[in-house]
Design a binder for this molecule. Structure first.
Ligand code: BGC
Ligand code: NOJ
Length: 817
């Protein structure tokens, strides 16, 4: 069952019922100001950092669901309704929500009045625009009221929801232009030179800034007293909960329409050390706000800003496009995969409807992996991101697991000790260099622990990353796992020496015994990149030494990390195997099968194919591949958080979407295009849109997890949007299935497609050149390139050397066979 449909021409998903199984959201903002907006106008805004600079208040896990947002109430006669249905939930005569690239449009109608609300964050400005167009479709004149509503957050979202003894006394507002401009100037502790403004470009009949006055005693946003009574109270908040609400009285002749522009802005005064004037004269410096509002005070200016935003996205998504016989594939590759990658670039794992914006900032491993999906779109920003991430590394090569986007400093509460982290930095750096050919990044002086006095060139960061694994090997010669590797819940050093003692989620980070076969796979895969980078810098001796360490690791994995039919997962603190046929539960895990095969460990010896066959045999389900089998049914203190989940959820045998593309990529390594395709399509949003009532999260983006076959809700997804799945599936489909893969010296074309496919065409920008690629599959093979023709000339092999290309357009024809 569907709750809407794709509109590919507009690059939109069109939701046709407000009663989606869960709120289906979109992200507004591409630079510094961001809003989350659901299909019923729920959500909130923040500037740069969802924890520290939150503009509007949202209550996660609220009852009713998703009942705070940026709302417009229309009071037409006795009926009060919202264009996006919530929060009054008045039945609408028609409803539509279009989520597009950085904007959302809501269309509601009731009793002959239509309201179209367009929400977006313009490029280059720190505000959200809400353009509201009202149209009278009846033959009578209509007189009605519109009330706007936002609830301000007192900046630090964590403090805002916990520290009431203080913040019920901090709220302060200012009202200008007879109530059309409402300023929220509450400070967060230290006097920061910023404030929020919520304004409308029309005279108002009244305003409110105090929540209780607006809602009424014990009131709620589904029926605010002011709206019910039809008159604002002109309340001025002092302490408690500041809000912004305008009252517009509108008269529309038959067929007439009017448009109002509401702006919710974040304002900083770069000159002032503190708010100018406070406390001396009690007013803020309005100049920067005036400048911001003047940019968007007419419909024409706002329409032009929306056109700019659309042009930005069309240009961005134009870097890589395909055309094939598969409509859903084209839709995902050309629009939604890349869009989700950009959102993960902006948010990492901070703010979604499942991440509160408080708990986590930028993840070290997460952001490194996200890079893989957007580096081709915004290489300059990717470069900056890589260096920001590297600056949170410690001198021994280990790293803060997370950092705060505003301060770019490592989060000491979480600390370090996740032993896969350092290797992800090599993954990100390699992807950047392959995409851009820009080796100068290696020379950038980059701090450790955000301390500029401790800095080396970036190459040294990569060296320390590589050597971190070399220096932390366990009893079998496999990498020590530390607190966890990619699988945050496999906490093999959280053992308890005392029977009955409870485990700690984040226990001791050091442990000499517990080893990870997954990190071994990573070490081999990204170690090879490190070797290439060394060679490019003329560090031949170092490259040789690194190669030896990699060969040794390969041999170790085949010896101590192979279980007969698949790769083992790990050894625990007691040196017992994890993910082995010998185990009672958790006999086979997905991660090492994916990564050891991607790293081609035992490819020639047949281990890779065998591992893939085992995945298919033991882990496959109709909704995707589960993380492990059999699920843990009892709590295993020596394994940590993983067995705390009920069977079938999350890391305990859920379908963790993130590592499904690893298997799909691994299948391309062994040449099985049909299977790679099957794995790709089974979790791919566009391909499962028809089961939205089972899947429940947005059908246009990936979720982190789908409940596995051991769970009662098999097939139900959770944690949509902010997941490494975005980058990895895009990498899978673009670089391994379609096979258009940047490499150090050029662009490799190496498709591994389902045999039924006749081929496809693609346009790929790469190092300033546009490649027009046609892939033909006349013999219906799954992999293999028989011929590569570049601008009419056949070349040897299937890598188009970047240096040999002249001109801005290159035509490539690849014949599979
Ligand atoms: C989740 C993991 C997540 C981790 C983050 C765990 O509870 O299961 O998926 O990576 O928290 O800290
Ligand atoms: C989600 C986290 O963001 C990611 O870092 C981790 O690898 C996976 N969960 C698996 O635990």
């Amino acid at each position: 069952m569907k709750f809407g449909h794709f509109d590919d021409a507009q690059k939109e998903y069109v939701i046709t019922s407000p009663r989606t199984p869960l709120p289906w959201i979109n992200y507004l903002g591409c630079e510094n100001f961001f809003s989350l907006v659901s299909n019923t106008c729920g959500g909130y805004s923040f500037y740069k950092d969802a924890k520290l600079l939150r503009l509007t208040r949202y209550r996660y896990n609220n009852v009713p669901l998703d009942s705070n947002g940026h709302y417009y109430y229309i009071k037409d006669g006795g009926t009060v309704w919202n264009p996006g249905w919530m929060p009054t939930k008045t039945e609408l005569d028609s409803y539509e929500c279009r989520h597009g690239m950085g904007y959302s449009v809501f269309k509601g109608s009731k009793n002959g009045l239509t309201a179209e609300l367009t929400d977006f964050v313009p490029m280059g400005s720190t505000c959200e625009i809400n353009k509201l167009t009202l149209k009278n479709t009846t033959t009578d004149t209509k007189e009605f009221s519109v009330f706007s509503y936002v609830e301000f957050c007192l900046w630090n979202a964590m403090d805002d929801m916990t520290n009431f003894q203080r913040n019920f006394s901090t709220g302060e507002v200012e009202i200008h232009a007879d109530g059309s401009q409402l300023f929220h100037k509450t400070e967060y502790r230290e006097r920061r030179n910023h404030y929020a403004v919520y304004a409308v470009n029309a005279p108002v009949a009244g305003f409110d800034t105090d929540r209780d006055s607006f809602l009424g005693a014990y009131g709620e946003n589904s029926a605010p007293a002011v709206v019910t009574n039809g008159e604002s109270k002109n309340s001025v908040a002092s302490g408690w909960s500041p809000i912004g609400s305008h009252h517009l009285k509108v008269t529309l002749a038959p067929g007439e329409e009017k448009t109002y522009i509401f702006v919710l802005g974040y304002v900083e005064n770069p000159v002032a050390e503190k708010w100018i004037g406070r406390p001396e004269d009690g007013v803020i410096n309005r100049a920067p706000a005036d400048a911001l509002l003047a940019k968007f005070d007419t419909t024409e200016k706002v329409d032009a800003a929306l056109a700019d935003l659309k042009a930005y996205w069309n240009n961005l998504l134009g870097h890589f496009t395909i055309s094939s016989s598969e409509e859903k594939l084209d839709r995902m590759v050309n629009i939604w995969h890349q869009y989700q990658c950009m959102v993960t670039f902006n948010m990492s794992r901070s703010a979604s409807y499942f991440e509160s914006g408080i708990g986590r900032g930028m993840g070290f491993r997460d952001s490194c992996q996200d890079l893989l999906g957007f580096v081709h779109l915004i290489p300059d920003r990717a470069r900056e991101r890589i260096l920001d991430i590297a600056a949170t590394q410690f001198e021994d090569g280990s790293a803060y697991h997370q950092y705060q986007p505003l301060t770019k400093k490592g989060n000491a509460d979480i600390g370090s000790g996740f032993n896969d982290d350092p290797l992800w930095l090599i993954a990100g750096a390699a992807a950047y260099i392959k995409e851009t050919g820009d080796y100068s990044i290696l020379d950038e002086m980059t701090p450790y622990d955000s301390d500029p006095s401790k800095a080396t060139d970036f190459m040294e960061h990569l060296r320390r990353s590589f050597n971190y694994t070399v220096k932390h090997l366990g009893p079998h010669g496999l990498p020590q796992i530390g607190r966890a590797d990619w699988n945050d819940c496999l906490n093999l050093n959280c053992f308890s020496e005392e029977p009955g003692e409870s485990f700690q989620t984040f226990g001791p980070s050091e442990g000499p015994n517990a080893e990870s076969v997954f990190i071994a796979g990573m070490f081999v895969k990204y170690g090879k990149d490190y070797v290439e980078i060394c060679k490019h810098r003329g560090l031949d001796a170092e490259a040789k030494e690194a190669e030896e360490a990699i060969h040794k690791m390969e041999a170790t994995v085949l010896d101590a990390g192979w279980d007969g039919e698949w790769f083992l997962r790990a050894y625990d603190h007691y040196k017992n195997k994890v993910g082995s046929k010998e185990c009672e539960e958790g006999k086979i895990f997905i991660e090492p099968q994916g990564f050891c095969v991607i790293a081609e460990i035992g490819l020639k010896e047949g281990n890779c194919l065998k591992a893939m066959q085992s995945v298919e045999k033991y882990l496959d389900t109709k909704y995707g591949i589960v993380l492990l089998q059999p699920a843990y049914h009892r709590y295993h203190v020596e394994l940590g958080e993983i067995s705390s989940y009920p069977p079938g959820y999350k890391e305990n045998a859920g379908i963790f979407c993130h590592n499904n593309p690893w298997i799909s990529i691994a299948e391309t390594v062994v040449g099985r295009g049909n299977r790679a395709w099957q794995v790709y399509t089974r979790t791919c949003p566009a391909y499962i849109e028809d089961i939205s009532e089972i899947h429940r999260t947005e059908p246009y983006v990936y979720s982190q997890m789908i409940a596995g076959k051991d769970a009662p809700n098999f097939g139900e997804a959770k944690n949509s949007w902010l997941t490494g799945t975005a980058a990895w599936t895009f990498l899978d489909v673009s670089q391994y299935i379609l096979g258009i893969r940047p490499d150090y010296d050029g662009l490799v074309i190496d498709p591994c497609i389902p045999s039924h496919m006749d081929g496809f065409t693609a346009k790929r920008e790469f190092r300033g050149v546009t490649y027009h690629i046609t892939v033909k599959n006349p013999s219906h093979v799954e992999k293999g390139v028989a011929k590569t023709i570049v601008d009419g000339k056949e070349i040897a092999g299937n890598m188009i050397p970047a240096a040999d290309v002249t001109g801005s357009d290159v035509n490539v024809e690849v014949i599979m066979g």
